[in-house]
Design a protein around this ligand. Sequence first.
Ligand code: CUA
Length: 344
Amino acid sequence: MPVTRIIKRLATILTFCVLAGCAGSPSTLLPASTNARVITNLMWFFFGIATFTFVIVEGLLIYAALKYRQKGTPDLRKEGLPEQNEGNRSLEIAWTVAPAVVLAFIFIISVVALRAVVSQPDLTLNIAGDPSAINVRVIGHQWWWEFQYPDLKIVTANEYHVPVNTVVNLTVESGDVIHSYWAPQLGGKIDVIPGHPNHTWFNVTETGLFIGECAEYCGTQHAKMRFKVEAETAEQFQAWVKQQQSPPVEMTGDAAKGEQVFMSGACGTCHAVQDTKAKGVIGPNLTHFASRRTFAGSILDISPQNLSAWLANPENLKPGTKMPNLGLTPEKISALVSYLENLK
Ligand code: CUA
């Protein structure tokens, strides 16, 4: 294959890889919170140092290879052996000290950045009731996320809302095994460890929907354990809070039938709906379920089709899920879907 064709093909592959890496969110290259920005800036700074080093080292190497290359066929009998060198003390000291200095520098700025990323904004402010900070308890489950707002008395699943330009304090816990909480555009990863609450925080600076995921293998559906963070203006957030705190709407028609199926069946042993007798805490809290975009670890959009398929056989859509197949009749499924879609 001619060299130009090889180069063209390599360029195509490289471009594809680069584009695939940047495509949409969640990209760490598009930070949206103060602490995520620290991480991205650090990465670019290191990338700059590495590029500079690479160009200098490879440049010298190529220069030496070209300048001192053998010209013509050597005649060893006439020329003898090339000049023999036995090391060079000053060069050796230089190439030991220079990288040591660079690495020490990288170490120091990494520690400084690490502190800026993980150090908790003053929590006492919050305990004293600072109205500007938001506390969220994040609980990882196989394979979905629970979000509780202890001060606001809100519980939701797989999606949570935060106001922009506000410190959000996260207490991260596990309901079962080790997971890892990671919203790449909103700061660093944090381990989700059973019996050991961890803390992290972020302050998102722009409105938008940010994708997060579990970043620690936690079983069959690890890859389908996602979540969404909706960052909105203070007014939008207040409206959301008000809506989440309101009691569930009165059900009528098909939805009322669905409610009856829900309350009389096994649903309420795992799921809770505020102000009803369904008080289960094993599965996601379904109060205001229809105000969310997705369900089942944020992998399925809330739609009648998806809900019907899920209720008919959850295992089909998410093998290994803890949601059992209850052997529901099509009539019961249709009524339940109507009920769920009205849990606004
Ligand atoms: Cu949870 Cu991986």
